[in-house]
Design a protein around this ligand. Structure first.
Ligand code: ZN
Length: 402
């Protein structure tokens, strides 16, 4: 899984043979574009990929959200500044432990839990949604509790189920040391054929793409390609690799260019706003419809979603679309063009059905980003989080699946 890889970047890299390992996979597989969940942000999307469920079941709502039960903010790392603003220690605990130990919905079943209950061996490298049944002691003294992951579990050098000799993950992220760690562990596992199922998660591409803009981080994609190529080599070559493994190659969300930044907080001095990248949440008492009207004409806002009785409402430019699920799909009233994004009714309904979501969920307009807690943003680069096609579409390549 390559974080933040857009379908267009994948397709052009393969067509122009810039990425030999990805091109080899593409030549052996079946390819299409798929749609992420919403908000199209990493913790939400990775939780969907690991559980097969939307946020109404897995309950991870955003990169940053308000925990009603504990009366506090949860910040998984929108930016380094936002982590500091939310309290670095708390934020690290939330990202490293609590996302899996307490935030991830109890009704959700992770792929690792399902496979290991069937007596298979699951392995995960660096993916932030890792909940499994095996306790792993931390490798550093700063952390004291075990994390419960799959039997084979490797997490940014902080938890390692096996001694692999991989270099430290967090030395120099811009230079790609996190993916170098993943690549090294991946080679070790493939050399030993040490799993029935492996999530090989490469996070550095998204990081580079936020800075350089979508479809521009060629060097980072080259490193992803080399990491995938090393897995093929570790299996003994392509024939052996394809005989031994079925492969799904995908990303968690896309990215689009952003050049403008809006501060959602300015519209809600009396409410709690959690915003980051291209999605925002408003937690407030009172009538959601009245709160939503405050964003009519607000720069950077495309769609505002809220629940009203048995209906969900999408508000855009002062117009509303009402919808609710039925046995045959959705019943709607109003202009369906308000939600003209991919799979938007399903995704919006599921995002609103998350008990940890705000009373309002805000999807950003093209080109706009919402400033995070510390004012952080990616203006001039790439971002994601909204319902729009560019943020939501992902490459989906399958090889050897029935
Ligand atoms: Zn990102």
């Amino acid at each position: 899984m390559i974080d933040g890889l857009t379908p267009s970047m994948f397709e052009s890299a393969v067509a122009e043979a810039r990425t030999p390992a990805l091109a080899l996979l593409a030549s052996e597989g079946e390819y299409s574009r798929a749609t992420s969940t919403f908000p199209s942000l990493t913790p939400v999307c990775l939780s969907s990929l690991a559980t097969g469920a939307h946020p109404d079941v897995h309950e991870i709502p955003h990169l940053v959200w308000y925990h009603r039960g504990e009366g506090r903010l949860v910040e998984y790392g929108s930016s380094f500044g936002a982590v500091i603003a939310a309290g670095a220690r708390r934020s690290l605990q939330d990202t490293i432990y609590e996302l899996n130990a307490s935030h991830l919905g109890k009704r959700a079943v992770t792929v690792y839990e399902a496979l290991e209950d069937a007596e298979l061996t699951a392995a995960a490298i660096n993916i932030t949604c890792y909940r499994g049944r095996t306790p792993h002691r931390p490798t550093v003294r700063m952390l004291t509790r075990p994390a419960y992951g799959p039997k084979r579990f490797f997490f940014y050098s902080l938890f390692e189920s096996d001694v692999t000799g991989a270099p430290l993950a967090v030395r120099n992220r811009p230079a790609g040391t996190i993916d170098a760690y993943a690549g090294s562990v991946g080679r070790w596992l493939v050399t030993r054929d040490g799993f029935d199922f492996l999530v090989f998660y490469l996070s550095d591409y998204d990081y580079a793409s936020h800075t350089q803009g979508p479809d521009a981080a060629h060097e980072a994609l080259g490193r992803c390609d080399a990491a995938v190529g090393a897995l093929i080599e570790a299996a003994g070559g392509e024939a052996e690799f394809f005989e031994r493994y079925a492969v799904i190659l995908c990303s968690d969300h896309g990215q689009t260019e952003v050049s403008e930044v809006a501060r959602l907080r300015d519209h809600f001095p009396d409410a709690l706003v959690t915003a980051s990248n291209r999605a925002g949440m408003v937690y407030a008492e009172g009538e959601p419809a009245a709160l939503a009207r405050r964003l009519d004409g607000a720069p950077g806002v495309e769609v505002v979603l809220f629940r009203e009785g048995v209906d969900a409402v999408a508000r855009r430019d002062g117009e509303e679309l009402r919808f609710r699920p039925t046995d045959a799909g959705f019943s709607t009233a109003g202009d369906p063009g308000i939600l003209d994004h991919p799979n938007a009714l399903v995704r919006s309904w599921a995002a609103l059905g998350n008990p940890n979501a705000g009373e309002l969920i805000v999807s950003a307009a093209p080109g706009w980003e919402f400033a995070d807690l510390a004012g952080g943003n990616h203006a001039g680069g790439g971002s994601h989080g909204s319902l729009t096609t560019g943020d939501s579409e992902v490459p989906m390549l399958t090889i050897g699946l029935p």
